[in-house]
Design a protein. Structure first.
Length: 136
């Protein structure tokens, strides 16, 4: 078996899933929100959750906890009690992504949250790492 290094490398790359071999830059989705009276409405909440591949209830709990207010999901949007600026919401969403979406080992967003007994783990589908995370 006298394969040279280049052929073996090409063969190894051909066996990898497409999602792992792509190197697209992950960008945090832009938030669309406005304030009406004493409420802040996050219009594209469902779309953001779909892009992050996270359960909307999990994201809503985190945002509500960080904003120290009540929040509800209404169809494709989220409504929070209180006045919050777009910049504040964006910063909180960035913290959520860094804590619950990005793999701490390989820095890829290809992760999912798995619950085992009472513990939560961030499992990376790209590198296979399992990192413990705090429950929300």
């Amino acid at each position: 078996m006298s394969l040279n290094y280049e052929k073996m490398l090409d063969e190894a790359y051909s066996k990898l899933p497409r999602e792992v071999s792509k190197h697209e830059r992950f960008e945090i989705p832009k938030i669309s929100c406005t304030t009406f009276g004493a409420r802040t409405i996050f219009y594209n909440f469902k779309e953001v959750c779909d892009i992050l591949n996270r359960d909307p209830v999990h994201v809503l709990r985190y945002l509500s906890k960080e904003m120290a207010t009540a929040g509800v999901i209404d169809e494709n949007r989220a409504i929070f009690q209180g006045k919050f600026e777009l910049e504040t919401c964006t910063q909180i969403l960035k913290r959520y992504v860094n804590e619950f979406v990005i793999c701490p080992v390989c820095k890829r967003p290809d992760t999912k949250i798995v619950k085992e007994k009472r513990l939560f783990f961030l499992v990376c589908e790209a590198c296979g790492a399992r990192s413990p995370i705090k429950p929300v």
